[in-house]
Write a protein that binds this ligand. Sequence first.
Ligand SMILES: *Cc1c(COP(=O)(O)O)cnc(C)c1O
Length: 238
Amino acid sequence: MSGKGISGNLREIEERIARAAERAGRRAAEITLVGVSKTFPAEAIVEAFAAGVRHFGENRVQEWEGKRGAVAELAGCWHLIGHLQSNKAARAARLFDSVDSVDELGLAQRLDRARGEAAGGKKLRVLIEVRIAPEETKSGVEEGQLAALATGVRALAHLELAGLMCIPPFLEDAQRVRPFFRRLRELRDGLAARVGLALPVLSMGMSHDFEAAIEEGATEVRVGTALFGVRSAAGADA
Ligand SMILES: *Cc1c(COP(=O)(O)O)cnc(C)c1O
């Protein structure tokens, strides 16, 4: 990573987002940066917030439980982006503003129940994670099950289904990831028509491929390394 620090990294990412949006004839304001802070301490979140980041992604409930006290004062929007086991769903429903990795109806039902019991009454935003490359990735719902899952999630009173998310295979050449991003957009378009929901959110693109994702319609990009630096090996796949 360059020695520019988080705010310098952020300025660079924002420029790259702006250029990619321009190439696609989109406005940069349509794209939300989710800073992926997994494995980094709460101080890094504080620093990124001060630099202007408002959305943060964590991929483990337990790790977030350990950090959130230190950032409780920040008016951030906290996303769970990692695979969620159903025995942790109740905690996740209370600790996050959005769960971006819903891939099973039973999980959604648990989130719904816990959110309903939690004070406040604000719906939990969720995205459905689609297994866009079945041979290469494990998490996410199969394309063939997507419509049924979306219909089930949509019926849950305390969840707000906002769109889709995917984690395509890691390919060195970001251009080769592009067809996966395009596929997610097409699935969203088809699903939105079928279930009669807008489903405006497409969460796709990470540090090395977010520009291609933006050109293919991403509205949220999840950027860790390019913002915070390289993660230690222990947390690389946390
Ligand atoms: C770690 C992670 C990211 C960020 O990856 P970088 O390559 O560091 O930008 C994005 N999405 C998910 C689901 C992740 O687990």
